[in-house]
Unconditional design. Structure first.
Length: 294
């Protein structure tokens, strides 16, 4: 019988985490075990988990904030060691949006003999420009499943145990931002396919009102620290994949973004300029991992 494992990444959100654990175990195809990968600096999460008295729950405290990238890398290793055939990659504040997500995804795991990742929502990725491309709704309406380049974070990503056993994992130096993209591109480079269920994908778009969503060319960001990590990590990923064209396009595009932000005022423009410049500086100087608080 198929053995489904899981790990959930958490950071100082014990009450939210408890709700997510309950939601994951409430799936129509629940995991046999869940590893809680704790990035917290205190023991509050540890104590909350212990109070559940559930033998299916395992706990690993990182001992420092390793970010989603470091925690995910550890979670994949721990689940592989327990012999999981498939592994749910979860976040503490992003439970599956339907109770039957795992069941429906696992039902399509054999559509491709080299399927390495399953997901509810995914995207294409332009390796030349370094940009994520939205899948058109009309394509999803025509197919039962679609091969993608990237499964979006928090969208019920299930990883083949064989992928984890081969040691494929996100770069822990990314810390935060595009760690799922980094992982998915590595999986693809090893010859595995990434598949999303079109039915679940369409239901997710309906739920969040994004059936006809069009991404604007640029919009004001609420958290510019995230912009810093996005740029620095995309540049790091371009090096990992040895994609010089992608790297050059990112430098050109984000060089323009440094100045474009001033259209939203001097204060925002300067902070945007500073974050993009810092990302470039840290990338070229080889400064990795956690550098800024989110």
């Amino acid at each position: 019988m198929l053995k489904l494992g899981a790990f959930i990444i958490t950071y100082h959100r014990p009450q939210i985490l408890l709700g997510t654990i309950k939601a994951v175990f409430s799936q129509t195809y629940p995991p046999d075990f869940i590893w809680i990968i704790d990035n917290s600096e205190d023991l509050e999460t540890d104590h909350s988990i212990a109070s559940l008295l559930d033998s299916r729950i395992r706990y690993h405290r990182m001992g420092y904030n390793a970010g989603p990238a470091g925690a995910a890398a550890k979670g994949l290793v721990l689940c592989a060691q327990e012999g999981a055939d498939w592994i749910y990659w979860g976040d503490d504040n992003d439970p599956p949006f339907r109770q039957d997500c795992f069941e429906r995804l696992l039902a399509i795991r054999n559509v491709n003999p080299f399927c390495g990742v399953l997901g509810a929502v995914g995207q294409f990725f332009d390796r030349k420009k370094g940009v994520i491309k939205r899948i058109q709704t009309r394509l999803l309406e025509k197919k039962d499943w679609v091969e993608v380049d990237y499964v979006a974070g928090g969208m019920c990503m299930l990883v083949s145990g064989q992928v984890a056993k081969e040691g494929i994992a996100p770069d822990q130096d990314l810390f935060f931002g595009f760690e799922e993209l980094d992982f998915c591109l590595k999986v693809s480079s090893k010859g595995y396919s990434l598949v999303v269920d079109s039915g679940l994908f369409l239901e997710a778009r309906k739920k969040w009102g994004r059936l006809d969503f069009e991404r604007p060319p640029y919009r004001k960001k609420k958290n510019l620290t995230r912009e810093y990590y996005s740029l620095r990590n995309l540049l790091m990923i371009s090096d990992t994949l040895t994609l010089k064209t992608m790297r050059n396009q990112l430098i050109k595009k984000w060089g323009l973004k440094m100045f474009y932000g001033f259209r939203y005022g001097l204060g925002y423009g300067w902070e945007n300029f500073r974050m993009v410049a810092l990302a470039f500086y840290h990338y070229f100087m080889g400064i990795k991992g956690k550098t800024l608080d989110l």
